[in-house]
Design a protein. Structure first.
Length: 333
């Protein structure tokens, strides 16, 4: 549901995230060492097959709406699954969709079958991009401090598991699931059948982008109609990723992308804030405190008291009385 508010990451969540990620990564590494890699990847492929179809369908739905004709018979559907009966009835699943959503689901299913049968790098990247976009949409950083804590912790996490051990590289190469984007290095030689890939984890996309998108509301809060900090973070991400690729080709060794992305995504906006004298405002800003124009909220809830009969009589009397148009001042409006 696009009207739902994204989940806000708190400072405590940001501090615990690297620990949880480390436990998950180590657990996957041990699984691949103990159990057969073939059966694990078969189970994970089915799991991400379902998730990938749903994520890709949700991602392409707004774009596909432009291609449907105006007279397209778009019927509404609702999938409702409840538990119990009477007053104790509880909704378990309440999913509303239409015919256009079913078309997007069918197209995504074709990509899913293609990925399941061939594990092709294009299908992998389509699912990976869909997961990334959904992750950025569903998560939200409410202040700069939380973003710095999250990026700082993952900076240490990424450097340790790549340079300190072979765990990260082993899992990334063994894990046959769209949790990474792959870029064929022999594309010119083998075309679409390329099999020598460079990899970029989805976390290296989602986490820095959360920090970049967190700069947009701060720029708006300055009431200068500018997106300086968002563009700065965007340029910083491109610079950090380009530096990662450059170092990787120079040293011929896997590089933790956050080693270069974190200093760039934190340092560039901080330098701009220092130059503009807005460091204090940046670190004291809370995006949840801002009410943006496109997100109207009810800030006053009227108090209603009395029995239903008395309320009905009162409403009837108000309706029967002639109305007078009251002139409101701009401030009251």
């Amino acid at each position: 549901n696009s009207s739902e508010m994204p989940e806000t990451i708190t400072s405590r969540d940001a501090a615990r995230f690297p620990i949880v990620a480390s436990c998950t990564l180590l657990g996957l590494y041990l699984f691949f060492k103990i159990f057969s890699q073939e059966y694990i990847n078969l189970l994970l492929s089915m799991y991400f097959f379902v998730l990938g179809i749903l994520a890709l369908s949700h991602t392409i739905s707004p774009m596909m709406n432009r291609f449907f004709p105006a007279n397209f018979p778009n019927k509404q559907y609702q999938l409702l699954f409840t538990q119990g009966s009477g007053e104790s009835k509880e909704e378990i699943v309440n999913y509303e969709f239409d015919t256009k959503d079913l078309v997007c689901l069918a197209l995504s299913s074709v990509v899913g079958v293609w990925y399941l049968l061939r594990k092709h790098w294009i299908a992998n990247n389509l699912f990976g991009l869909a997961f990334s976009l959904n992750g950025v949409e569903l998560l939200h950083l409410n202040n700069v401090s939380t973003g710095c804590i999250l990026l700082g912790g993952l900076f240490i996490y990424d450097v340790f598991w790549v340079f300190g051990t072979n765990v990260m590289v082993t899992v990334a190469k063994s894990f046959e699931a769209p949790i990474k984007l792959v870029f064929p290095q022999d594309l010119l030689e083998k075309g679409l059948e390329a099999d020598n890939f460079a990899m970029l984890g989805l976390g290296d996309i989602v986490i820095p982008d959360l920090r970049s998108l967190g700069s947009a509301p701060f720029s708006y809060s300055l009431k200068k109609n500018t997106h300086t900090y968002f563009y700065t973070s965007f340029v910083a991400y491109i610079f950090g990723l380009g530096l990662t690729i450059f170092i990787m080709h120079i040293f011929k060794h896997a590089q933790p992308a956050l080693l270069y992305l974190v200093p760039a995504c934190i340092g560039f906006p901080l330098l701009v804030a220092l130059a503009k004298g807005e460091v204090t405002e940046m670190f004291s800003y809370e995006s949840s405190a801002e009410i943006l124009p496109h997100t109207p909220r009810l800030t006053h809830f009227p108090t209603v008291s009395g029995s239903p009969a008395s309320l009905a009589d009162s409403m009837q009397q108000k309706l029967s009385c002639p109305r007078r148009r009251r002139q409101q001042s701009p401030s009251a409006m």
